[in-house]
Design a protein around this ligand. Structure first.
Ligand code: NCD
Length: 360
């Protein structure tokens, strides 16, 4: 059921479990209004977004299709507000907006914004809402996107907000592109069910793994293996979420033993920007958590290798030319599914499907 965010105080809203927050975030037709958490997407909505992404990428192949897409929401403007480094997420949102004709503004360097003069985040977002129709934001602060979404919904310009990465906690749109990549990779051999997904690297501080792990619990019989040195293992909250959903999972530090069963290997980098003490991450031996020529030999012919990127040395460059290396295609999938998400948020998914069925 759709609920209105201005019917609830911030304290009451923020105290709710995620499942009870979800109705406040969705539109009556089931599309998201605010995108804050991976868990607000169910299998039906993920399928709907994947199908819309497929339509958009086909339509965008021709000049007439490109012009159709660019006309769709040219009356909307989006603010891309990133107070944390980004290449892919920023550029893919920018490209997604360009595909749909949405005009964009950006703040990426807080030294150039009035926050530098002491303006509160609430006032910054309120300011953006005077000029724009959507806010896409990334922040190092856990829960900030949620607080800003609530503030927007309670302002006189209640516009949608998309969380493009919040602290160590969530990266819901990365989980969308990861699921889209898995759906496409397995569509010809049985779909996203009865699979083993192996997560490797800094699982304690990598938000992409956390969001994807939660989404995977919705697909039938997906076993999750978490491979990390003990100090970087997946958080207890994710372990509890998997237990509650009766998902088969396993924590280990033995990467080689985990590879042969894998249908997908999800590599991640060390997130040393979160170190409390200088050199904390450098003290961890990560040499056993890298993927190179030896690991390729252990991987099934149908297994795929994913990475949210950026990578450091955890995937050797020689792996890039193997057909099972999916990370560059995964990155491009992000642009299409972010375009689909923006289109659904602004209510034009049906028009895109209608164009597709009439013209392609
Ligand atoms: C990830 C992130 O920002 O969490 N990058 C991305 O959005 N593709 C992963 C990372 O930075 O390691």
């Amino acid at each position: 059921m759709h609920q209105r965010m201005f019917d609830v105080s911030w304290d009451a809203f923020s105290a709710l479990p995620v499942a009870e927050k979800t109705p406040y975030l969705m539109q009556p037709d089931g599309a998201p209004f605010h995108t804050l958490f991976a868990q607000q997407f169910d299998v039906a909505l993920l399928g709907r977004l994947a199908a819309l992404s497929n339509a958009i990428r086909q339509i965008a192949k021709t000049r007439s299709g490109t012009l159709f897409l660019q006309d769709l929401i040219c009356h909307k403007r989006a603010m891309i507000y990133f107070s944390q480094p980004s290449s892919r997420t920023f550029l893919s949102f920018l490209s997604a907006c360009q595909i749909l004709g949405v005009q964009t503004g950006e703040v990426r360097d807080m030294a150039t914004s009035s926050e530098f003069k002491g303006e509160s985040k609430e006032d910054s977002v309120r300011t953006f809402s005077s000029y724009f129709d959507m806010i896409i934001m990334r922040s190092p602060e856990k829960g900030l996107a949620e607080r800003m979404a609530w503030a927007l919904s309670n302002s006189d310009r209640p516009l949608p907000l998309i969380n493009a990465g919040s602290g160590k906690d969530q990266h819901p749109t990365q989980a969308l592109l990861d699921i889209y990549t898995l759906l496409r990779s397995f569509e010809r051999n049985g779909g996203l069910r009865d699979r083993t997904v192996v997560f490797v690297g800094d699982l304690a501080r990598g938000r992409t793994v956390r969001s994807l792990s939660l989404l995977l619990t919705q697909y039938p019989n997906i076993r999750q293996i978490f491979v990390a040195p003990q100090s970087l293992q997946i958080g207890e909250d994710i372990v509890q979420a998997l237990e509650a959903k009766k998902v088969a999972f396993h924590l280990t530090d033995d990467f080689h033993a985990s590879i042969p069963a894998a249908d997908a290997i999800y590599m991640t980098r060390i997130q040393d920007e979160w170190d409390h003490d200088k050199g904390e991450s450098a003290a961890v031996d990560i040499s056993r958590f890298t993927f190179g020529a030896d690991e390729l030999k252990l991987l099934k012919p149908t297994g795929i290798i994913m990475h949210p990127l950026p990578r450091r040395s955890e995937i050797a460059v020689c792996v890039d030319s193997d057909p099972r290396a999916m990370y560059w295609r995964q990155m491009r999938n992000g642009m299409w599914i972010r375009a689909a998400l923006i289109a659904e948020t602004f209510g034009c998914g049906k028009r895109i499907h209608d164009y597709y069925s009439q013209n392609l």
